[in-house]
Design a protein around this ligand. Structure first.
Ligand SMILES: Cc1ncc(C[n+]2csc(CCOP(=O)(O)OP(=O)(O)O)c2C)c(N)n1
Ligand code: SF4
Length: 253
């Protein structure tokens, strides 16, 4: 690899990334975006990819990307992706959604796509709250977590318990692949990137639905510094949401 190629790999940005979208310092949604663009580029599918964007901060990195994109109404990305994949079966179709978009307002469309075993991929950024609208309780908020609607921390009496989306997706027969990653270290960046690549390969090989959840830091709403966010993910979030693969099938029978 030449010095220019090495520099591009270390400090450059993927060609598909387009304009940077402003996020809070320490927000990890742009890192998820970067990872997705790297994988699409490595697969050589930039011209054959359609991203369906959910409503929320998670969508930001996708807005100005150099790939075809559809902005869905809040929570409806799986319905739009269903149509896109059925109309363009040879395209790589994936949704990028937040935890609120995917399993709160969008729980119905998500469960519908899982039940039908649609052949697209969902990347769900789990920052354990509604980031865009001021850090309200989400289905993924961990027990005791302070949010703007749970100022004394999430309690089971008022808020129930966190939903485990990657494990849930794995229980559906039409799901070929489900995993959860994080971005706390370089090693976890590489593992999570591999999860995304495997998920896309399941789609390319027409095996079934594929899903990757990524724990993503939200410093202002967690009231932590970016570095403290990484510690909180390791010490708290990952205890509730274990990392790894939950399903990896070569074919669905
Ligand atoms: C139908 C509808 N209801 C509510 C909203 C307001 N709204 C915009 S983003 C959002 C929450 C997004 O949370 P999440 O999906 O977790 O994404 P994040 O911002 O954390 O990345 C809400 C409630 C909306 N845009 N449309
Ligand atoms: S509010 Fe949270 S999710 Fe939204 S841009 Fe800021 S850090 Fe990211």
């Amino acid at each position: 690899m030449s010095a220019t190629e090495t520099k591009q790999k270390v400090v450059g940005k993927p060609a598909l990334a387009g304009f940077p979208f402003p996020s809070c310092p320490g927000c990890q949604h742009p890192v998820v975006g970067r990872m997705v663009f790297e994988v699409v580029e490595e697969l050589g599918l930039g011209g054959k990819t359609i991203v369906v964007i959910g409503v929320g901060c998670h969508g930001g990195p996708m807005f100005f990307a150099n790939i075809d994109a559809i902005l869905a109404p809040h929570g409806r990305a799986p319905d739009i992706a269903t149509a896109a994949k059925r109309l363009r079966p040879d395209a790589l179709v994936f949704t990028v959604q937040g935890d609120g978009d995917c399993v709160a307002i969008g729980a119905g469309p998500f469960i519908g796509a899982l039940t039908r075993g649609e052949k697209f991929t969902t990347i769900m950024c789990n920052n354990t709250n509604y980031g865009t609208t001021g850090g309200q309780l989400a289905p993924t908020t961990v027990m005791g977590q302070v949010t703007s609607t749970t100022p004394k921390g999430r309690s089971s009496e008022l808020g129930g318990y966190p939903i485990h989306t990657a494990e849930l997706a794995a229980t559906f027969r039409g799901t070929a692949y489900s995993a959860r990653g994080a971005l706390t270290t370089g090693a976890w960046y590489q593992r999570t990137k591999k999860f995304i690549r495997t998920a896309f390969e399941k789609q390319i090989n027409k095996v079934g639905f594929s899903f990757v959840e990524v724990i993503s830091a939200c410093p202002p709403n967690w009231h932590l510094t970016p570095v403290e966010c990484l510690e909180w993910i390791d010490e708290v979030a990952v205890k509730e949401f274990p990392l790894g693969e939950f399903k990896n099938l070569g074919e669905i029978t």
